[in-house]
Write a protein that binds this ligand. Structure first.
Ligand code: 3HC
Length: 694
């Protein structure tokens, strides 16, 4: 079956692209479009063409899974050129998302009629690319280089109304889209003239160029790491400086180079990893989610309040529960305050705020959770407290209700054991601020029922999160690996590095913040107290502990690893901290030495990769790519390196094994000895992907 069918109506051929799920432009689709254009060109009964698509999405772009493989003809630019050069006018009928190569097809059409719900965009930048089928040339010609550049730089699609205002869409269909597009095409044919985007230059004014150059200069300043922004600037500048064909060739050359660049490979890995995470190995389609129409959240602190906001945002009524009225009032006031700030900033309308507040009911006492389909406990991180809550929930909630705990470290199986229904218990580890952060670790206990897991993942997506299933262990995936980095960072201080050197290596790598600036922001006292409570399980952090003993808790006390003069947000080096570190090195009998950026990277990240490999060995994560997206979405690991496990493959697993062996010998820390899995993979496949394929 061809993925493009031709339906002829009254002199207009409607070409329908039909390649589920998202009509990606695979080689078969490209070939079929080219064939269809040629077929209708030869048909004397046809005067005009409408290019439409089946399903909800118009065309999601090039088929990303073909990137990096030997190219198959015809290339997309050839198909796009065939559309633009058609002797019969072609009008795009855009029913839903027209993205990347999908929009580039539409840009080559002689007009675009869009459904009111359609969205149009060029998201290539998010994959480390730039448009590669004429988008950087035709879009500026249609709407001006400055707005076109802004659209390509953000990668975000614009809704139909905005597309119309920009001149990207010619009309919004008020009735049947296909009929509207066909009528439009028929009218062009009747008039006997239509314009090609490539021939337009009216929007490319001197003012437009100046505006483009200004935005481009800003963008270049901000993006030092990924080569696609300079490539985009260069390609778009071509509309002013080069003949069309030459500029098009330059765009294509940039595109091909970027497809081969490690940053785009990493971003594509993240794209597919996010989608892969939705699949739970061994979970059949017959396992159905339980309906969730009402929720309850226990604990109105920052975390509980944030979780309640997630439910409200998703339109799920939620009861926020506390033991005392004062704490409840404070929690509700905090939620209201958060929303009010958003309304003031203009990111939320007053009506939307009112609707969200109306979804949140405040209540005192756990009995208020009686009719909830899911209860999320976000109380104090203490086993005794949680055991008591779950014991009560077991009695007051209805049978079949899901009982979730938002613990960061505690044993979900032990919590489940405090109830008579461990099959209904699951961990939902939100990240702070819960209403903003995308990651959700869904912790599957030993007895968690399959449908509870499926419901939790499903609910996570409804809440706008990226849910990733993990198993039970101390700190789950994210925090367990973070502990390794914390320990390694402290070791580096004792061995001779200073906080600003470690932080600089980490921000140079692409994180927004280094571990010590982060500790100062979060509060050094928090980790200090947690380490005390965790006893043997805790990592050793002698510098942080010594700072905390001195009352240096970080930003909130104006002093931590750094100094914060007069409430400054960015810390400055503090001779007192540095002297304290030197003294601790001396006390430990360590001769201090300096470290290069690469050495710091290795010492911080190799132990994390090792822990990731152990997490895989133990089955705590189903695949290496799940670990990657946990770190990219929950801990700000730079997406353009693909996450810790993907990054490790780029470094070379054999090099990491050798590095870990050295670190284990130097520190005497057996936990740094390379995991058996890491050694095995380093020895043969050299990649975690091979493990997943097995
Ligand atoms: N190529 C290959 N597969 C794609 C794809 C693409 N462009 N877009 C989506 N898919 C696949 C997904 O991997 C997923 O597969 P799975 O079911 O096996 O996991 C399936 O289609 C459904 O995708 P989603 O789960 O993402 O579905 P949603 O409904 O949530 O979202 C979407 C739909 C908004 C279209 C989203 O898929 C998306 O953003 N896709 C990518 C868009 C994009 O980046 N396009 C640019 C590509 S690069 C390009 O066009 C280069 C050109 O300039 C030459």
């Amino acid at each position: 079956m061809t993925p493009v069918r031709i339906e002829a109506t009254n002199g207009v051929a409607v070409l329908v692209i039909d390649n589920p799920p998202v009509n990606a432009l695979s080689a078969a689709v490209r070939g079929a479009i080219a064939d269809a254009i040629a077929a209708v060109a030869a048909d004397p009964a046809i005067q005009a063409i409408a290019l439409a698509a089946a399903g909800k999405v118009f065309v999601a772009g090039a088929d990303i899974s073909e990137f990096g493989k030997p190219p198959l003809p015809p290339a997309l630019p050839e198909v796009v050129a065939a559309i633009e050069d058609s002797a019969k006018p072609v009008v795009a009928a855009i029913n839903g998302m027209a993205l990347g190569g999908g929009l580039e097809l539409a840009l080559a059409c002689h007009a675009r009629v869009v459904a009111p719900s359609a969205k149009l965009g060029l998201p290539e930048i998010k994959l480390g690319l730039i448009p590669g089928a004429g988008g950087t040339q035709r879009l500026p010609r249609l709407i001006g280089a400055a707005p076109a550049f802004a659209l390509m730089l953000s990668g975000d699609p614009v809704p139909a109304q905005k597309a119309l205002a920009l001149g990207l869409a010619d009309a919004i269909a008020d009735g049947d889209l296909i009929v509207g597009a066909a009528d439009h095409a028929r009218a062009l044919a009747a008039a006997g003239s239509w314009t090609k985007a490539r021939e337009r230059a009216d929007k490319l004014t001197t003012e437009d160029r100046a505006a483009f150059e200004a935005v481009a200069a800003e963008a270049l300043k901000r993006s030092a790491r990924i080569p696609n922004v300079p490539a985009l600037v260069d390609a778009v500048r071509g509309v002013f400086d080069k003949p069309f064909a030459e500029a098009l060739a330059a765009e294509r050359a940039h595109f091909k180079a970027l497809v081969a660049d490690p940053s785009s490979k990493a971003l594509r890995h993240v794209f597919f990893a996010e989608r892969e995470a939705a699949r739970i190995p061994g979970m059949g389609k017959e396992v159905k989610a339980r309906p969730i129409t009402k929720a309850a959240v226990i604990g109105a602190g920052t975390m509980g309040g944030g979780i309640a906001m997630c439910f409200a945002q998703a339109g799920i009524p939620v009861t926020l529960i506390e033991v005392k009225a004062e704490a409840l009032d404070a929690g509700m006031a905090r939620i209201r305050g958060n929303y009010e700030t958003s309304v003031k900033r203009g990111s939320l309308s007053q009506a939307a705020m009112d609707a969200r507040m109306a979804h949140i009911t405040a209540a005192v006492g756990l009995e208020a959770a009686a009719d909830a389909d899911i209860v999320v406990e976000a109380a104090f991180e203490d086993m005794g407290v949680k055991a008591e809550i779950f014991g009560t929930l077991d009695k007051v909630t209805r049978p079949g209700a899901i009982l979730a705990t938002n613990t960061s470290y505690l044993d979900v199986d032990a919590i489940a054991a405090t109830t008579s229904r461990p099959q209904d218990v699951v961990g939902l580890h939100f990240f702070s601020p819960a209403n903003v952060m995308r990651l959700l670790e869904v912790v599957r206990g030993a007895k968690t029922a399959p449908d509870v897991l499926v419901t939790s993942l499903d609910l996570g997506r409804k809440l706008g999160k990226l849910p990733v299933a993990v198993g039970v262990c101390y700190g789950f995936v994210g925090n367990r690996m973070l502990a390794k980095r914390t320990q390694a960072a402290e070791r580096l201080l004792l061995a001779g590095a200073l906080p600003h050197e470690v932080d600089a290596a980490v921000t140079d790598f692409g994180f927004r913040m280094g571990p010590f600036a982060m500790a100062d922001l979060a509060g050094i006292d928090i980790g200090w107290r947690a380490r005390k409570a965790a006893g043997d399980k805790a990592v050793k952090a002698p510098v942080a502990d010594a700072l905390a003993e001195l009352g240096r808790f970080g930003q909130k006390t104006g002093r931590g690893f750094y100094l914060y003069p007069e409430g400054a947000r960015a810390g400055v080096r503090d001779p007192e901290t540095e002297a304290l570190i030197v003294a601790l090195s001396e006390k430990a009998g360590i001769a201090r030495r300096s470290f290069t950026r690469e050495e710091i990277e290795a010492r911080l990240f190799y132990p994390m990769v090792n822990e990731g490999a152990k997490i895989l060995e133990e089955g705590i994560a189903a695949r290496a790519s799940d670990i990657d997206i946990i770190w990219v979405n929950g801990y700000n690991w730079p997406a353009f390196t693909g996450g810790p496990m993907h990054w490790a493959e780029g470094v070379g697993l054999a090099k990491i094994v050798a590095g870990l062996e050295e670190m284990a010998a130097e520190t005497g820390d057996v936990s740094l000895e390379p995991a058996a899995l890491l050694k095995r993979l380093a020895g043969n496949a050299g990649s975690f992907a091979a493990l997943e394929a097995a």
